[in-house]
Design a protein around this ligand. Sequence first.
Ligand code: E4P
Length: 221
Amino acid sequence: MKFFLDTADLDEIREAASWGVLSGVTTNPSLYARIGGKLADFPAHIQQICALVTGPISAEATGEGRADLIAQGRDLAKLAPNVVVKVPTTVEGLAATRVLADEGINVNMTLCFSVPQALLAARAGARYISPFVGRFDDISEDGIAALTDVVGALENYDFGHPVEIIAASLRSANHVTQAALIGADIATVPFGVLKKLVAHPLTDRGLKAFEADWQKVIDAQ
Ligand code: E4P
């Protein structure tokens, strides 16, 4: 499983990249708004992220019609070679994805909640598909079960181009564990969740014990 960071925060991206585990970044309008991003600065901000991480960087195209999504997608793709255009899983999104994919632009179809949506996204040429987990949990449904269905269904077919599943809307280390057991290709996680992934109480306890014993070794000299 590859780890993407689900953020628009440059400091978080720099820090996670320094850990040597970061394969990409996903952003969305909410994440950009959360860091106080300004519309005029958005292209430069995406370029800064693309310079920090060599892997795929998802930037979302907004707008209701395919013409808007296509035009924005083309503009976003010009920002850096590693930009992936994020497009919603809707009729207009599918049509835009087909056009962008045929132009060689990588698309991440987002807001995917079902097997049929994922199959259609793959057929439209999406390079990445993002089933959301946490938002099912928000409405007391089983997000991991939905992700399991999507991963299992897509494994049945060859779409004639690479398709990777990004487990998205992940809220906990347990979500990441379950996504890995299912075989999702990528987990995109907020920085807070990434920090939780590396932490374990027994690691901390083991470290303290080693330090105490090493001190005994030093004291005995
Ligand atoms: C990533 O591509 C998604 O936009 C993100 O994971 C959504 O997460 P949320 O449901 O916490 O907003």
